[in-house]
Design a protein around this ligand. Sequence first.
Ligand code: NAD
Length: 487
Amino acid sequence: MTLAFSPADLTLPCAHFIGGEYVRDTAAMEVRAPSTGAVIARVPVADAAMVDRAVGAARQALAVSGWSGLRPRERLAALHRWADLIEAEALTLARLEAVCSSRPVSHALTGDVAVTAEQIRFFAEFADKEGGDLVPTGDGSFGFIAAEPYGVVGAIAPWNFPISMAGWKLGPALAAGNAVVLKPSEMTPFSTLYMAELSVRAGIPAGLVNVVLGDGAVTGTAITAHPGIDKVSFTGSTRAGAAIMENIARTGIKPMTLELGGKSPMVVFDDADPDLAADCLERGILPNAGQFCVAGSRILVQRGIADALAAKLAERFARPAPAATWEEEAGFSPIISEPQLQRIDGIVQAARAQGGEILCGGGRFDRVGSFYRPTLIAGVSATNPAVTEEIFGPVATFQTFETEDEAMQLAAHPTYGLCAGLFTRDLSRALRCTRRLEAGTVWVNRYGRSRDHILPTGGWKASGLGKDLGREAFAANRRTKSVLIDL
Ligand code: NAD
């Protein structure tokens, strides 16, 4: 099977997907391929009226299909058929993903698409297994807690893993009996549209999965403000998450789940396996050119092994060779857009100006496309912008410490708390530090999610509210009702 393709040979869906069909609208935004910077399509921006049409289609579909009241196994079976179809159409999906994003087509195929099908099946299985609760009350009454879907979930996704993010939003919402109005990122809309099309082909009633295209200011704001949206599920930056909270507070309170940014520490003690640590530090920042929320962008190393580890990392950071995302062999990923590359470089140059020592990288690759060199910065203080800001690029800082206490102080970020990595062979120390770290996830002697989808993911502090994945994600798509009956 050939994976490589030419962007010009793909047919790109460029319309909203509402009520089971594509809805054309005035093209208002350019979509570019970050691998070359070329404009590959023009897509519409859904205004409040178009969002209203999508919400109407979702409500209508819920009413007509009786989705939330079906026998749960029927919902489960429909979601399994959708996952099967996603696998059957994996190559098309992977290409639609790779053409405009930072995901190499081979990674999208074997990673993102495959795992998303698996996660949709994982959520489908909750449909007929998670009920409400019978609760103890006095003899004279009967009490139970019913769990019911919200109705219409408004979902907003980022550009860094479009297929995965769509799966994280749609899987649990549909399994729990909701309909969804989903806005993918304006930079990466195509794979999400095709997933929606596949949902209808799989027999999920038309109108349960609606995709509206557009930016945050117009379309995102219209979704979060719409009175017919019963719950908001957002993944993206902390800045946009705050704007959404504000908008919801102003336009009508509704529940929300926010998966936001991070600035995660990787703490390496001198008893750690040095090769394992180096592998994980590399895996913690270089995949997808560091454009993932749980990137381990702050490396903290105990003094005794710091020089050796820094040299090892500098050598590893010099290896990746960039390649367009549509090449057969995956290369180092591009930065999603030129403005984002400029932002990354701005932070790196500010870090240098404030005393940072660039151990490797520190600039763009000399080639077409938005490719930035893997960059390691030492000599940074706790207030250096490279240490405080989420960079969302292949840039890590390298700091050293003497004691466990000092390590824990450096690991604490004033605002973010998404995840943390710990490397030590001392079990007691691992458990002590795990307790002290303020983060929604701690990985010990590994870095990165496994395929144990039961482990929820989500941030503490300004990294978010609520969880994706796990039982929590399913629960977050239902609301409970306490019922007490006098007998
Ligand atoms: P972003 O916040 O700029 O955009 C995310 C989405 O929100 C896009 O669809 C955008 O159009 C929309 N949006 C922007 N402003 C909005 C507003 N005011 N109202 C409604 N919608 C709005 O983020 P991004 O650059 O696409 O993605 C990168 C960010 O996402 C990083 O901060 C990263 O850490 C975060 N992220 C978090 C997780 C997680 O699970 N915690 C996962 C992936 C990405």
